[in-house]
Design a binder for this molecule. Structure first.
Ligand code: CU
Length: 845
């Protein structure tokens, strides 16, 4: 045995009491402390190990934060069915009735059997209003799926029961023809399947296999084996059947998967320290002295925010001549979508639904709708159970379809009316009172004084360095983990701040016709998406921290406050127990390394460095075995005119709408090089075919990909193996030159437009599974094809683009003895941008 072997912390189960014996924090198997001090997000239900959904107060009793032995199963039955419910409408201050495809706990009793019953249902409205007080769950909107918690080494067994049946109980789906002549036209709205987004699990068989189709009336049992070396972090699950993905996700069919971990950092043979779970540092170790201090030794309290765009619409009774579906009801000719609340004698209550692509899930549809991005199945959720000076971990998941979110937390304006808390402890949701959403936000929220937050993870994977920021640009599929400490008690807005259309998934139209109300053609956003009510600080460290953060003279930064807290945790909780020649000794090398890195005294000198808690090490040049390129584009066939106009017809090729003469195609291909102009051009670009393997990759290879977008912005997402962002550059359309690398640590603001931010800042070296590509942006990413073989997909995470064909089949195959993989029919020989001179092209910069 080498002289300085530092052992990982032995599993607690085999050495009971070891941790407390060595002073590594409080071991507590009793439930009372957990319940008192560590509430899981009060906003969602939780799937426990035995598969039951627990109300959130109960969930606190289930021992969150305690390691479990490998080999356990989280066994859960999830039903997909139409559900009746209510969604808050801030324009009216009332709730709109909806009938949506939704996930629900299979043990729940169905309350409403049909859409017509839903109209008259005296439903859960009274209790669906808030997700707030004291961790007591309210029976809330069903339009967010339960939060699943897993530990590495566990099996997540998920029985999916497809109970999406038509009004009479029939399993026949009239959107699902017996013979599907065009797989890239949305179809089969009542068929479904499941995807474990970001999970490093097998894509085959009963695991994360999105090529399966689960038809109405059928059950299927998924089995996800979470490997022991799976990173801990924030992941999610959602439906992923090509043809109905956007429609179902936009009905709320998405939920969070939180993988927990308590692994100590370890030293690899090459001396690299890594592989720890940041969770062991996100713990309160500094005692308070009374009041309601954070409980010693307990994890920072967590909040989960699953952002959704539920694009429900109510329709007129009669379809116009030639139209398959009646028009969407709206306020005036171009106002927001409306639903009749059915107040007054004889008035029929409208029931909203998500039933079409052409007018409901298209490039301009979300902005056109005037609907509001919701959180955890609700619109304008009020978060409470936050104290000033308390550090909380916020897990953010963009589970929406049709909008980007520039997320920012800002305080209420001094002259704004505070949130009103009812006798039941529930905060009332303010109504807009006739104001446009942007005007309401600017009258309520102090947009110019954002709360600084510290980002510790992107797409569930812990960053190498914590980053303090005020904004996160969340694109569909993205996740962010934040450590948040509010400087003062009071009310705060969660806003979607101003952002440029070009940075967004909303495709601009030249005349601005795809924006309504107070939105301008240049920018979107400026709206409230939720609220936070912050209570006074607890005693001790919380009071001190809040005072330091809110000091008028030289306030402390959030990053400094977080570094202090994590250093204190590291000093208590990083293992210093080692065996040297079989003899227990104290070895502080790893602890000292972690503390120095946090303080900015380690290699690189970056304050807040946490690379010891990352799984993925940077891909070195020498590792690279090959290259791939990928380009997204939207094209119009026939006399469709320029691409900008063509995009208007996006999604119109549904069963509801006669197919236009000029077909819009959503394609993925490679990046070629135009030799004359020396510019990147689309190569071998085509829409999805289920029968074609577009990329044949070899297990064990390490490749660099060049990925870009030739028209509109698209979030690139690939299943199974995440990728490292190496660089991001924008092509100057005028000169054909690539601009500077945008992925460095600098925010780059345009001097004349405050809405412009660089959404790629601080992404260099970050591992992700989804990366938004603005039009003409080209990124280099690197990835290792590790452990898993099988067929899976990559696609644009604007999910109606995916349904329309912006997807490829990928196969990772086992190499034969000669190192080659067996032949399969592939799209084309790979003659890529890189292979034809892209390196030279790049090297000009
Ligand atoms: Cu796209």
């Amino acid at each position: 045995m080498s002289e300085s072997t530092v052992m990982a912390l032995p599993p607690r189960q085999r050495f009971p009491g070891l941790r407390s014996m060595l002073g590594w924090g409080l071991l507590c198997s009793g439930s009372a402390l957990w319940a008192q001090g560590y509430l899981p997000p009060a906003d969602v239900s939780v799937v426990g190990r035995d598969g039951s959904i627990r109300a959130t107060a109960e969930a606190a009793l289930m021992g969150l934060g305690q390691a479990r032995e490998p080999g356990h199963e989280v066994d859960f039955k999830l039903r997909v069915e139409f559900r009746c419910g209510d969604i808050f409408n801030p324009r009216t201050g009332a709730y709109d009735r909806v009938w949506l495809r939704a996930y629900s706990n299979a043990s729940d009793v169905r309350q409403v059997g049909s859409k017509s019953d839903c109209a008259t249902w005296r439903g859960p409205q009274a209790s669906s209003g808030s997700t707030t007080s004291a961790g007591v769950a309210t029976p809330h909107s069903p339009f967010a799926a339960p939060w699943v918690e897993i530990w590495p080494g566990e099996t997540f067994r998920l029985q999916l029961q497809n109970r999406m049946v038509s009004e009479g109980g029939a399993t026949v789906d009239d959107s699902c023809p017996a013979v599907i002549d065009d797989h890239n036209s949305p179809h089969c709205f009542n068929s479904t399947n499941m995807h474990f987004h970001g999970g490093w699990v097998s894509p085959s068989g009963n695991s994360d296999n999105v090529l399966l189709k689960i038809d109405p009336g059928k059950d299927f049992e998924y089995e996800y084996n979470i490997p022991l070396d799976h990173p801990a972090g924030t992941f999610w699950y959602h439906t992923h059947l090509h043809g109905s993905t956007a429609l179902q996700v936009s009905s709320g069919m998405a939920g969070a998967i939180v993988i927990r971990g308590d692994r100590q950092p370890r030293k690899a043979a090459d001396g690299t320290i890594g592989g720890g779970d940041i969770d062991i540092l996100t713990v309160n170790v500094e005692p308070g002295t009374g009041g309601q201090p954070a409980q010693l030794g307990e994890p920072f309290r967590e909040r989960l925010a699953l952002f959704q765009q539920i694009a429900y619409a109510c329709r007129e009774n009669q379809a116009a001549d030639g139209a398959a579906l009646p028009a969407i009801k709206r306020d005036g000719d171009n106002g927001p979508w409306v639903c009749n609340a059915g107040q007054g004698r004889g008035a029929a209550r409208d029931v909203g639904g998500v039933e079409a692509y052409g007018d409901q899930l298209a490039p301009n549809s979300w902005v056109d709708s005037g609907r509001f991005t919701g959180i955890n199945g609700e619109v304008h959720t009020v978060f409470s159970d936050v104290r000033a000076g308390e550090i909380q971990r916020w897990r953010l998941i963009h589970a929406g379809v049709r909008d980007s979110i520039r997320l920012r937390i800002v305080p209420f304006r001094a002259d704004a009316k505070p949130l009103q808390q009812g006798a039941d402890g529930v905060f009332a949701k303010p109504a807009l009172g006739g104001l446009a959403p942007r005007d309401f936000a600017s009258q309520t929220c102090d947009m110019d004084h954002p709360v600084a937050v510290v980002s510790i993870a992107a797409d569930g994977l812990t960053r190498r360095n914590m980053v303090q920021r005020t904004d996160a640009m969340l694109q569909p599929g993205y996740r962010e983990d934040w450590l948040v400490a509010f400087p003062k008690a009071g009310d705060y807005c969660i806003v979607d701040a101003d952002r440029l259309l070009t940075q967004s998934v909303v495709t601009p139209e030249a005349d601005g016709s795809n924006v309504v109300g107070s939105e301008s053609a240049a920018t979107l956003g400026g709206q409230i998406v939720g609220y936070i009510h912050v209570d006074a600080a607890g005693q001790g460290v919380e009071t001190e921290r809040a005072a330091a953060l809110s000091a008028t003279d030289a306030p402390r930064t959030t990053l400094d406050a977080v570094v202090d807290a994590l250093v204190a945790a590291a000093e208590q909780r990083i293992n210093t127990f080692a065996l040297r020649d079989g003899v227990p000794v104290t070895d502080t090398a790893i602890r000292d390394h972690v503390v120095a890195a946090l303080k900015g005294e380690g290699e690189g000198g970056v304050r807040g460095a946490i690379a010891a808690f990352t799984k993925h090490q940077p891909v070195q040049d020498a590792e690279i075995t090959g290259y791939q390129s990928l380009g997204f584009r939207i094209v119009s066939t026939g006399a469709g005119g320029p691409l900008g106009a063509a995009a208007v017809a996006d999604g119109a090729n549904t069963r509801q709408t006669p197919r236009p003469a000029a077909r819009v195609l959503f394609e993925v291909g490679e990046i070629g090089l135009d030799l004359a102009s020396q510019r990147p051009i689309p190569l071998h670009s085509q829409a999805y075919s289920a029968d074609r393997i577009d990329r044949l990759l070899t297990l064990g290879d390490v490749e660099e990909w060049e990925i870009g977008s030739f028209f509109a912005g698209h979030p690139f997402h690939i299943h199974v193996n995440p990728f490292e962002v190496v660089e991001v550059r924008k092509l100057d359309a005028a000169t054909g030159q690539l601009g500077p690398d945008l992925s460095g640590p600098d925010w780059i603001f345009s001097p004349d437009n405050s809405a412009e931010l660089n959404q790629y800042a601080n992404l260099k070296g970050v591992w992700k599974d989804t990366l938004f590509l603005e039009q003409n942006v080209f990124a280099r990413i690197r990835t290792r094809y590790e452990r898993y073989i099988g067929d899976f997909v990559l696609h644009c995470h604007i999910l109606d683009h995916e349904d329309n064909g912006m997807m490829q089949n990928v196969r990772i195959a086992m190499p034969a003895g000669d190192g080659q993989v067996p032949d399969v029919p592939t799209a084309s020989p790979a003659t890529s941008y890189r292979a034809t001179g892209a390196r030279a092209h790049r090297s000009h910069h």
